[in-house]
Design a protein around this ligand. Structure first.
Ligand code: PLP
Length: 452
């Protein structure tokens, strides 16, 4: 068993349960949480964390869990990754905050240089930095509206773009994200996504794009569209991978119509799908791209990166915020990017796919409740249905997730219908841990699902 450094100590890379899940210390903290933390803040696992590194999370009772969630696709370089820890400690000791708009610092500029270098396309690019994914998406919409002089924003079924007022309007799913939180922002138009498992058989990417764009032309009008905003692979909506050709066709239409193609790569970006960005798979070059999650090894940072002339269309002072591009988060991002390049974590993501996909497909053969296995790189999922149908089975999905949790494997659910089990391991996870997590998943299906 390997050890991974976490600050001054090492964390053994193993699954080890020493109490029931949750153990007594976690249960005591849960009681305190229940008294004082707003109930609206949800929770996937009832264990409280003491330490985490590499591919494991250690709880306050000493249980060591295999991490297939990465804090929702954030700690792709692993938790407390050594280079990130070192960079953050040095930055905190030097200065913690000045506000880039008051007295600037190099880290912010260096992150923007890296974003220009790494994001798709070799045109001149500029960036602005923010704190959260939702904030980046809001700003991408501001920039698109300002640069085009248009108002309409086109989004897709199953989309997830955040929880602020504008991004709730952009997000598709009512429960839990939008329910009772209206009124929502206007000039948002939703069109059908390419969803190969649920589309009519044989619908090509180009045909799915034509279906979506016909709605835009009829109901919005091409000349009114500021931006088409899309996750190249949908995240919270269920890891929906559009049919090949869908994204290029949408991007082409944008170019012809004077609308901006805005890729929300907050979940897919930074090596998660086996390349720097998911758009790279089909050579799609977005006008604007939003990033967050995996960018800074766990520190809050987000960005909008785009064609220099679009980014510069906004008047001076029109973009910003107190903390956006905080120096500590920027230091973490630079260390994260160095780690990704040095360890070739894009390749690591492809290796995770090579390990997991065949086993998930074998599991699909063995049971009759897995309708679809999909994803790319270290962003993989199974869609769970009632036997012999394509009817979503969110109850079974929840039971299987909880069975994995009880056995010390962190898995997440997703999907408009709540019936997708998704896997987002840290890209540095060991092969043996990954195999063991898949064994636990296998056993959970054997216990809870009918054999096919
Ligand atoms: C998580 C996510 C967001 C929102 O990011 P926050 O940092 O939670 O605000 C937006 N878009 C996508 C695709 C995401 O996965």
């Amino acid at each position: 068993m390997t050890d991974v450094l976490s600050g001054p100590v090492t964390v053994t890379q193993e699954r080890r349960l020493v109490t029931e899940i949750p153990g007594p210390r976690s249960r005591a903290l849960l009681e305190r949480r229940t008294v004082t933390v707003a109930a609206g803040v949800g929770g996937t696992l009832p264990v409280f964390v003491e330490r985490a590194a590499g591919g494991v999370v250690v709880d306050v009772d000493g249980n060591s869990l295999i991490d297939l969630g990465s804090g929702i696709a954030v700690v792709s370089v692993g938790n407390s990754s050594p280079r990130v820890v070192e960079a953050v400690q040095a930055q905190v000791a030097a200065f913690t905050h000045t506000c880039f708009m008051v007295t600037p610092y190099e880290g912010y500029v260096a992150v923007c240089e890296e974003l220009a270098r790494l994001t798709p396309g070799d045109h001149a690019k500029k960036s602005a930095l923010f704190n959260s994914g939702a904030e980046a998406v809001e700003n991408a919409v501001k920039i698109a509206r300002h640069a085009t002089g248009r108002q309409a924003v086109v989004v897709f079924d199953h989309a997830y773009h955040g929880r602020t007022n504008l991004t709730m309007a952009l997000t598709a799913k009512n429960m839990p994200y939008k329910h009772g939180f209206g009124p929502f922002a206007s000039e948002i138009y939703r069109v059908p996504m390419s969803y190969p498992y649920r589309d009519e058989a044989g619908l090509t990417g180009a045909e799915a794009a034509a279906r979506a764009l016909a709605v835009v032309e009829a109901q919005v009008g091409a000349g009114n569209v500021a931006a088409v905003l899309i996750e190249p692979i949908q995240g919270e909506g269920g890891f929906v991978v559009p049919a090949e050709g869908f994204l290029p066709a949408i991007a082409d239409w944008c170019r012809k119509s004077g609308a901006l193609f805005v890729a929300d790569e907050i979940q897919t970006g930074f090596c998660r799908t086996g390349e720097w960005f998911a758009c790279d798979a089909e050579g799609v070059v977005p006008d604007l791209i939003t990033t967050a999650k995996g960018i800074a090894g766990g520190l809050p940072l987000a960005a909008v990166t785009g064609r220099a002339e679009l980014m510069d269309a906004v008047h001076v002072g029109g973009l910003g915020g107190t903390y956006g591009g905080n120096p500590v988060a920027c230091a973490a991002a630079l260390a994260t990017i160095e780690t990704m390049e040095e360890q070739d974590l894009a390749r690591a993501a492809r290796a995770i796919e090579a390990t997991m996909l065949p086993r998930l497909r074998a599991l699909q053969q063995r049971t009759d409740v897995i309708g679809d296995v999909r994803g790319r790189g270290a962003m993989l999922a199974v869609e769970i249905v009632r036997p012999g149908t394509d009817e979503p089975d969110p109850e079974l999905t929840g039971r299987i997730a909880r069975a994995c949790h009880a056995q010390g494997v962190v898995v997440l659910t997703a999907g408009t219908f709540g019936n997708v089990l998704r896997f987002l391991p840290p890209l540095v996870i060991g092969q043996d841990l990954l195999e063991e997590a898949l064994d636990v998943l296998d056993a959970a299906f054997t216990e809870h699902a009918t054999a096919g």
